[in-house]
Write a protein that binds this ligand. Structure first.
Ligand code: SF4
Length: 223
């Protein structure tokens, strides 16, 4: 059973000019990215009250006219068991015609493909935290600083790179790739990411957009 934050948000900030319903799943996260804005609330905190899928579906039924998209985010939603993802997304599909978008790091590519093949997801907004395609064994410190995990091989990075390609290849107009402007990254890192996304779009004849989101420092907002 997937637990959800009992605070569903109507937002105009996530997709330009399109009101969206943002749903956060309390499914943890494998990463601990540099000063993650959501980590305390969505990953570390033990919530006494949570929503289950029936609560989410009831909200959607009542408020369906207010938004154009449903966005499911984490933490990392895709850490939930596949059966639970299929079941919950299936219930959302039965409840509304609105497109369903999942925010993900891309680390669960097999689940992403499964949900896509079942027609349960209309788009993935996938992180490109670093120019994965350029990383080498010399970059483990940079990966740790950015994503909060210490790697001993580049296998995970390769999987993230494959997930990016999958998202572009299967994009039907609802997917995005996005980076965060971490303050320690040089502008060339984002130029390389953009270059890579352009190459994927060219390879698959797509136009998946690439965005660089501002870094929001949780320490600064606490002051
Ligand atoms: S993947 Fe997202 S939720 Fe997880 S630590 Fe990074 S920024 Fe935070």
């Amino acid at each position: 059973m997937i637990r959800y934050l009992p605070k569903l948000m109507l937002t105009l900030d996530e997709i330009k000019d399109e009101p969206s319903l943002l749903i956060h799943a309390l499914t943890g996260c494998m990463f601990h990215c540099f000063r993650c804005f959501n980590y305390e609330e969505l990953v570390e905190k033990v919530h006494d009250e949570v929503y289950e899928i029936d609560d989410v579906v009831a909200y959607i039924q009542k408020q369906d006219h207010l938004f154009d998209n449903i966005i499911l985010s984490g933490g990392e939603l895709m850490l939930a068991p596949l059966e639970s993802l299929i079941s919950d997304l299936g219930l959302i599909r039965k409840t509304t015609q609105k497109p369903v978008i999942i925010y993900t790091t891309g680390l669960e590519l097999a689940k992403m493909k499964n949900l896509h093949d079942r027609g349960l997801v209309d788009g993935y907004h996938i992180d490109m935290k670093l120019p994965y395609h350029l990383l080498t064994d010399d970059d483990y410190d940079l990966i740790e600083m950015t994503m909060g995990i210490r790697l001993r091989s580049l296998d995970l990075v390769k999987r993230l790179e494959e997930a990016l390609a999958f998202v572009v290849e299967t994009d039907a107009g609802k997917s995005q790739i996005r980076s965060v402007r971490y303050p320690f990254l040089d502008e060339t890192a984002f130029a390389e990411c953009k270059f890579h996304v352009d190459a994927l779009n060219h390879r698959y004849n797509k136009s998946t957009p690439y965005f660089i989101n501002a870094f929001i420092d949780p320490e600064a907002t606490k002051k």
